[in-house]
Write a protein that binds this ligand. Structure first.
Ligand code: FE2
Length: 399
């Protein structure tokens, strides 16, 4: 084959390989979904009152959602495949992003008062709240995948090395999907004097990775842990699913989290679609100084298990949030939309609702109530990053 012919056929071959790969993946997912549903129906019970994750795993029982939930919209399978194959969205950055500088305060002890946050990427956020430091869904690996060589690769390096992030008191995990529970990161954090706060069943993963039992706190929904006199973590319901393979669908629980300190309150939504129970969370534990809510990886077929920009704004109001910090976007290619679309859309929805957004560049530590703050780091010109590094974020819709 001549060079010209090779060039002509290469995109078609790549398209064919990609299409084959997707069909295989969707088949696996479909089998997995069916398997998961069978587990729920076979046992015909909710198991959120089980006492230990070992018991739950031994009995091969699945957890259930707070309301009936489709992981993918019935009948949407082939339209999703078509969207994947035919769409012309720019699903990942064209040019390399970063490196982003980190605020050196991540290596210093958290202040005894106040609320500071630093977005590392995806759902990984450093939260300094009234003297304690928490880390949500930490992932420092290059890919969110069960294997090193394939799978979604991050758009930019973490702005801080994991060893730079010191004085972490607790790690908060929302569920066991690869982009939220990263084995390599957990193993390294497990070498430190850190407590892992996880939904019921997720502790089984941590134990298998060598994390000692004494460092693991497993929670059912509405269960909480007090930390000292001033802090409390409460696992709250979420509308999502779990599983890291074909046969473990919904074998571990998924959760959102309420994080309270002496004077501040944060709601970490994890992954999950909107449901009316969010209002109950707001009534019981709100108002929140800040919510961390997912805006990426949305698609019409996945509307019940992901918020997306529009429902993130709705969820923020439901839980009685003050400042919204969007997460779960801009880091991995996990959906079919243009990679910047979640950011641009949430800005418009927030503007319409008069809602303050906090969207600093990765690695910048922000002290609340500094909002609205929209850095537009994703527009990525060098001069923008320099402005942001100097603390002069270049755009705010309030100005
Ligand atoms: Fe997830």
């Amino acid at each position: 084959m001549s060079y010209c012919n090779t060039r002509r056929w290469k995109p078609k071959i790549q398209m064919g390989v990609r299409f084959f790969f997707i069909i295989v993946c969707i088949s696996i997912i479909h089998v997995s979904i069916v398997t998961g549903c069978r587990n729920v129906n076979k046992d015909n019970m909710k198991v959120n009152d089980m006492t230990t994750s070992q018991k739950q795993m031994e009995n091969s029982i699945s957890f259930d959602n707070p309301v009936p939930t489709n992981i993918s919209k019935p009948g949407s399978l082939w339209s999703t495949v078509w969207d994947f194959v035919s769409g012309d969205e720019i699903r990942e950055p064209v040019n390399p992003l970063g490196p982003f500088e980190v605020d050196l305060r991540v290596s210093e002890p958290p202040a005894s008062e106040g609320l500071k946050v630093c977005w590392i990427g995806h759902s990984t956020v450093i939260i300094d709240i009234d003297g304690l430091r928490f880390l949500t869904d930490p992932i420092w690996s290059r890919r969110c995948s069960p294997v090193d060589m394939i799978g979604p690769r991050r758009f930019f390096d973490p702005p801080a090395a994991l060893d730079q992030v010191k004085f972490v008191d607790g790690v908060i995990i929302s569920h066991d999907h690869y982009d939220h529970l990263d084995e390599a990161t957990i193993r390294r954090l497990g070498e430190r004097d850190i407590i892992f706060y996880v939904p019921m069943g997720v502790g089984s993963h941590l134990r298998s990775w060598g994390i000692p039992e004494k460092k693991i706190r497993e929670h059912h929904w509405w269960e909480g842990t007090r930390i000292g006199f001033d802090h409390q973590l409460v696992a709250t319901p979420a509308r999502h699913f779990s599983g890291r393979g074909i046969f473990d669908r919904n074998k571990t629980l998924w959760a959102s989290w309420v994080i309270t300190g002496k004077t501040h309150r944060v709601f970490f939504g994890g992954d999950g679609g909107f449901f009316q129970g969010m209002k109950t969370i707001g009534e019981l534990y709100g108002p929140f100084d800040m919510t961390l809510l997912e805006i990426g990886a949305y698609h019409p077929g996945w509307g019940e298990i992901h918020l997306g920009p529009k429902n993130a704004v709705k969820a923020h109001s439901a839980v009685r949030g003050k400042v919204l910090m969007p997460i779960h976007w801009g880091t991995f290619k996990l959906a079919l939309h243009t990679w910047t679309a979640p950011a641009e859309e949430v800005i418009q929805y927030a503007k319409t609702g008069g809602l303050p957004l906090l969207m600093p560049r990765p690695g910048r530590m922000v002290e609340l109530p500094e909002a609205p703050l929209i850095s537009r780091w994703w527009e990525e010109p060098e001069e923008n990053r320099q402005l942001a590094d100097a603390g002069l974020d270049s755009f705010s819709y309030a100005k």
